[in-house]
Design a protein around this ligand. Structure first.
Ligand code: ADP
Ligand code: MG
Length: 589
């Protein structure tokens, strides 16, 4: 079965590239050209919608940009096709950057709405501009000549289209399995965790949006030479919806879902166009109705698309362990023990009328393990969120190594050496444990999307994976690194989060209820690891309900109740305090 996975791509590529040289009727070559063109656009949508969780209805408009650039430059200016490609891609990038810059900082439906507006605006622009030929479009596009060779025939174009489609698929696969790819894959699970690992989620979103636009524009450029004429119709909003339909049908989360969806839709379209009018005894565009019915059925019975029916037979490949020899990543110089590390100064957080954290102050010195305890709802997690920039301060200040960090973006705080786990585990369920942990190493790498797509990032990747495995081994989870994060029980998921936080090479580590859901033995092992970290110069702030665990581990404890600091002292002092006892008894019984 592993062989299937290994040879499927080369065989498929060989078939598609050989197709025009086989005795295949022209009709099928033409169909296959359409499928390749659609697949290139769909590929962008898989990355954008399936992987990153962003929806665009405007991909057809980006196709139009590429197509009109090709038509205008070659037919009207007699310019070269490559110049046209540069123009088309350049315009698409600019449009995507502008649209993205406006909408991607906002959450939810702003991007879909903006892409609808963009799709409509571009359609009417194309249809009303004199120099673009209005609704008649631009005719008389010359055949495609590349480097002096005429590749304009349908069969030659088939090779060009499919080389580009296959390379795009390969580049996308490479991207998803890389540092920037993991950042893009983390977008769907919400920004909080990704930002806490140092990822700029805005930048990751913008990257994938631009990438999808570029793929669409390249498809449009090819489309112009395939049709030899362009007009606004194929770039309308309804075509934009059809592209979305393709990826939902094929499998929105999979690179090959794009190809399957493009193929099925194109072939189905032709069948339905003939079949349905005969069935209804009248002519009309009944295929839209057919598509609607099919979409509903697919969403009901195969919500992940048709590709799942194929991928079910191909086992998930375990990542070959090629990083054993990788050079260790550089390690951050740890602050001198005893140096004031974190100063929390009268921090306050109000949610409307509720004061969740009420002017709380405390300090952590380098090399200390400090406990933060208190009954449920006392404001411990909120305090964590204030320190790590997940929530904004209502008032007060936080100093890290004497630098004010209050109001900084979470990712910039992470960059300074503060890492954390979450009370409610935040991870990417469809990433392996190893990949989830490698996400913590994000700031220790530098590979961007281009390097990743060209696979020039392998050395760095090996370093990141070696580090991820090392941290997993330390926490006793190395034997589970190939499992999917989502398949773990809660206890191991928490341990995975700790390994991920360790992968950031923190100077200060904030753990929110790390021992919850762990068995006695696992708790002991965790305690040992935390003590060992302290020995390495890592400072810790620990929220935990298991009092034995806290008392045995911490140097100092801060007690909170109803948002305020009740007391602070050594474990024996806290244990002896009647006020603390009353706080716990008062709320838990
Ligand atoms: P702890 O971690 O000590 O159990 P939290 O910090 O989670 O407590 O919560 C403190 C208080 O703030 C609780 O009353 C909780 O309901 C409230 N709270 C926490 N987060 C939010 C939020 N995002 N919006 C509104 N209220 C919140
Ligand atoms: Mg909490």
């Amino acid at each position: 079965m592993a062989a299937v996975r290994r040879f499927a791509f080369p065989l498929f590529a060989l078939l598609m590239l050989a197709l025009p040289f086989l005795p295949v009727p022209d009709f099928w070559i033409s169909q296959s050209n359409y499928i390749g063109l659609y697949a290139i656009v769909s590929l962008g949508l898989v990355l954008l919608t399936g992987v990153a969780g962003l929806t665009s209805f405007g991909q057809a408009a980006f196709v139009g940009v590429g197509a009109y650039a090709a038509a205008f430059v070659t037919a009207k200016l007699a310019g070269s096709p490559l110049l046209a490609l540069a123009l088309g891609v350049g315009l698409a990038v600019v449009a995507a950057l502008v649209l993205g810059a406006i909408t991607l900082r906002m959450s939810g439906h702003y991007l879909p709405l903006a892409t609808i507006a963009w799709g409509l605006a571009l359609y009417y622009t194309m249809g009303n501009m004199e120099f673009l030929g209005k609704y008649d479009g631009i005719l008389g596009i010359p055949t495609l000549k590349l480097f002096g060779v005429d590749v304009g025939s349908e069969r030659h174009l088939h090779v060009v289209i499919w080389v580009i489609a296959l390379l795009a698929a390969l580049a996308s696969t490479h991207l998803l399995d890389s540092r920037p790819g993991r950042a893009i894959r983390s977008l769907k699970s919400g920004a909080t965790m990704a930002e806490a690992m140092g990822i700029s989620t805005f930048r990751a979103k913008l990257t994938v949006f631009v990438l999808a636009a570029v793929l669409a524009a390249v498809s449009g450029w090819l489309f112009a030479f395939f049709q030899r004429t362009v007009n606004p119709t194929p770039f309308s909003l309804s075509k934009g919806i059809e592209y979305l339909f393709m990826v939902v049908l094929g499998g929105v989360g999979h690179v090959w879902g794009a190809f399957l969806g493009a193929g099925v839709v194109k072939l189905l379209e032709d069948q339905l166009q003939v079949l349905l009018p005969r069935l209804f005894g009248a002519s009309g565009n009944f295929e839209s109705i057919g598509f609607g019915v099919i979409l509903v059925l697919v969403l009901k019975y195969a919500p992940d698309g048709l590709w799942t029916f194929i991928s079910r037979w191909v086992p998930r490949a375990e990542r070959p362990r090629d990083w054993a020899q990788a050079a260790p990543l550089p390690v951050r110089a740890k602050p001198t023990p005893g140096e004031p590390l974190l100063q929390v100064q009268a921090v306050r957080k109000q949610f409307g009328g509720l004061v969740a954290v009420n002017d709380v102050s405390f300090e952590i010195r380098a090399g200390e393990i400090v406990g933060l305890i208190g009954p449920n709802g006392a404001g411990k997690s909120t305090t964590f969120n204030l320190i790590t920039g997940v929530l904004s301060l209502t008032s007060g200040q936080v100093l890290y190594r004497a630098e004010p960090i209050g109001g900084m973006a979470s990712r910039n705080i992470a960059r300074r050496g503060i890492s954390r786990t979450f009370q409610h585990v935040k991870m990417i369920p469809d990433m392996t444990v190893l990949e989830n942990v490698a996400l913590g190493g994000y700031l220790r790498g530098s590979a961007g999307p281009l390097r990743a797509m060209l696979r020039l990032d392998r050395e760095e990747e090996r370093g990141l994976f070696a580090e991820a495995e090392r941290q997993l081994a330390r926490i006793g989870m190395a034997d589970r690194m190939h499992e999917l994060g989502g398949n773990l029980a809660l206890g191991p998921q928490r341990l995975m989060e700790i390994a991920r936080a360790l992968c950031t090479d923190p100077a200060l580590l904030l753990l929110d209820e790390p021992a919850a859901g762990l068995r006695h033995k696992e708790k002991q092992a965790l305690g040992d690891v935390l003590r060992q970290l302290k020995g390495e110069g890592v400072s810790l702030l620990l929220v935990e309900h298991d009092m034995d665990f806290v008392m045995g581990l911490t140097d100092r404890i801060v007690v909170m109740e109803f948002g305020t600091k009740l007391m602070e002292g050594t474990p024996p002092e806290v244990q002896a305090s009647p006020a603390v006892r009353a706080a716990y008894l008062g709320t838990e019984h």
